[in-house]
Design a protein around this ligand. Structure first.
Ligand SMILES: [Cu+2]
Length: 124
């Protein structure tokens, strides 16, 4: 299965994530209802983000994909990307969640039920 095909199968899950976040989002951060083809991928497996630090340019997107049965999510604390916390819905195996970062900065996140799972997006 190509990445693009897989991505298309995940649109429904991403749409749920968009709804779940709710509230007003800062212009610098956008939840995406589909994974852009050129997004930087962060795979989740074996209780960790496989590339815990990724560096992107402003305007680029990151897609997290859970590759194991244990559900995980992506959770930014209040004040990191918006005034409110952004807590992605729990991803089942094969599901993804995508966001675009338009403002330079360092954005730390963790997994809600597994706070020892940590990662960061560095936006240049
Ligand atoms: Cu987790």
């Amino acid at each position: 299965m190509t990445f693009l095909t897989k991505t298309r199968t995940l649109l429904a899950a991403a749409a749920i994530a968009l709804t779940a976040a709710g509230g007003a989002l800062a212009a610098g951060f956008e939840l995406l209802d589909e994974a852009p083809e050129d997004a930087v991928i962060v795979n989740i497996d074996k209780m960790k983000y496989e590339t815990p630090e990724v560096t992107i340019k402003a305007g680029e997107a990151v897609t997290w994909i859970n590759n194991e049965v244990m559900p995980h999510n992506v959770h930014f604390l209040a004040g990191v990307v918006t005034e409110d916390a952004v807590r992605g819905e729990m991803l089942k195996k094969g599901e993804s969640w995508s966001a675009r970062f338009n403002e330079p900065g360092t954005y730390d996140y963790h997994c809600t039920p597994h706070p020892f799972m940590r990662g960061k997006v560095v936006v240049e």
